[in-house]
Design a protein around this ligand. Sequence first.
Ligand SMILES: [Zn+2]
Ligand SMILES: [Zn+2]
Length: 373
Amino acid sequence: MKRDYYEVLGLGKDASADDIKKAYRKLARQYHPDVNKEADAEQKFKEVKDAYDVLSDDQKRAQYDRFGHQDPNQGFGGGFDASGMGGFGDIFDMFFGGGGRRANPNAPRRGADLEYAINIDFLDAVFGKERDIEIQREVECDTCHGSGAKPGTKVETCSRCNGSGQEEVQANTPFGRVVNRRVCSVCHGKGKQIKEKCTTCRGTGRNKVKRTIHINIPAGVDDGQQMRITGEGEAGVNGGPAGDVYVMFRVRKHDFFERDGNDIYCEMPINFAQAALGDEIEVPTVDGRVKLKIPAGTQTNTFFRLRGKGVPHLRGNGRGDQHVKVKVVTPTKLTDRQKELLRELGGLEDGAPLHEQPEENFFDKIKRKLRGE
Ligand SMILES: [Zn+2]
Ligand SMILES: [Zn+2]
């Protein structure tokens, strides 16, 4: 059963707005969960707050007087909202003189960081590259040098707060008269008043500008890695330092090379004769073509390692390796002469059919092995 709101506040139906406010303050102080450690304090505090929320609002009070708790149009006593008037913050401001917790609005503040993602080519990620990127950021207005005032006009000290950015408000509390401090309602804490606004920045003191910054893409950078460019972010406020720019690299795929960390993988087709008899083939690497010896009797899917032909280590020296997987390609178009030779060869086989290795996940297995897993 919900108690009558007037009863909760200990008032009659003819209570004035002032009576309601006074009763609420007294009871809120008494049952505030931070002050009152009794088990039902929070429940009582909520009850008091609900009653106050309704009775302090002329319209809600009139509805309540007519319909009581039964009014179908009102969600009486619903939430426990500390954000509006009468919430915890206000109560504590009211009783204990709030305002001290607010940061000084004139203190220097660092500008915001900016994030950019750029696409780079596979080979640029391997070897690094210089590049210009365009960023948009907020900087101090050139016209007014950040003051927000039209050049030639003066920025005046706020007459309400005398430049402190805070104003004092007196309030009556159960402890007597208390002086609260809060952010100045005229200058919103800046301590200054602008009579005529700068037309370039409309009084904000800041403008959005495009700027080109030169970056060095480091050799060895990998997809998803970030680089920080100090001091190129948004301008600071009140003389604070500028933020940073974070550039994230998105590395494009390559038609021939595949990258895994600092190692590069590729696949080279060879024919049956090369696999059986051995050969020397040319393999593309990121440094250009190199020769690779294929030993006689090489099976399909065999890996060969080209040391130092991988990606440079981002920090420190050295490079990864290139791993070349050879694929033995079975010919599909044969001349009569070739067919004859193969038939002859088949007859020489010592019974067992040429057995192919299963290919599923083989590439992945090898990669794991090479990583020592
Ligand atoms: Zn300006
Ligand atoms: Zn002011």
